[in-house]
Design a protein around this ligand. Structure first.
Ligand code: ZN
Length: 194
């Protein structure tokens, strides 16, 4: 069949091709729940930045995070093991910072620590635990192109990064609970602190 080379036809080809590819590769994934063995496994570093696997994983994390935020009215980050992928990738989405972090490592931490109430999509945000975190950290990571990046974080963002990086080592917020009496169901926590 003869294809016309007019701009009109080219536009149609472009418009059709991109959405179809994106829809095949990205999804909202089920978030694994506390008790699932995969959450306790150590994730492996990403080494391949060329194949579409990494891009698909980042898209899945981003989409799943957006959906979970809507469902739970909480949440600023997600880690690949939570959707069953044992790769060292997290996705952060706060008002000040939004990015995937690949192979993130805490390379510096303050002496100062602080206590903060924490929850997790893998608990369905059903309860909160009081945990102890570094107040300030420096994290080195790779971006999606494999370029080295650095972020200095303090307070809430520091806590969030520590929470998500913990997931990559099979560590959950409940493991950081220092006082077993410092656990509150969401309803009670909201009455007390919101
Ligand atoms: Zn979590």
């Amino acid at each position: 069949m003869h294809l016309s080379k007019t701009p009109f036809h080219l536009n149609i080809l472009v418009c059709v091709r991109i959405p179809v590819l994106e829809r095949i590769s990205t999804m909202i994934r089920r978030i694994l729940q506390l008790g699932n063995e995969t959450l306790r496994k150590k994730s492996l570093p990403v080494k391949d930045f060329q194949s579409s696997d990494l891009g698909n994983l980042v898209e899945d994390l981003s989409n799943t995070l957006q959906e979970a935020k809507k469902s739970f009215s909480y949440g600023r980050g997600i880690a690949a093991p939570q959707i069953g992928k044992l790769k060292r990738v997290i996705f952060i989405d706060t008002q000040v910072f939004r990015s995937p972090l690949i192979n993130p490592r805490i390379v510096r931490a303050s002496d100062g620590r602080f206590e903060v109430w924490d929850s997790c999509f893998s608990f369905n945000v059903a309860f909160f635990v009081l945990v102890d975190r570094y107040y300030r950290i420096r994290v080195e990571y790779l971006d999606q192109e494999g370029k080295k990046q650095v972020i200095d974080a303090e307070n809430e963002l520091s806590e969030l990064l520590q929470h998500e990086i913990d997931h990559l080592d099979g560590v959950l917020a409940t493991d950081r609970l220092k006082d077993v009496k410092k656990i509150m169901m969401r309803q009670e926590w909201e009455k007390a602190f919101k």
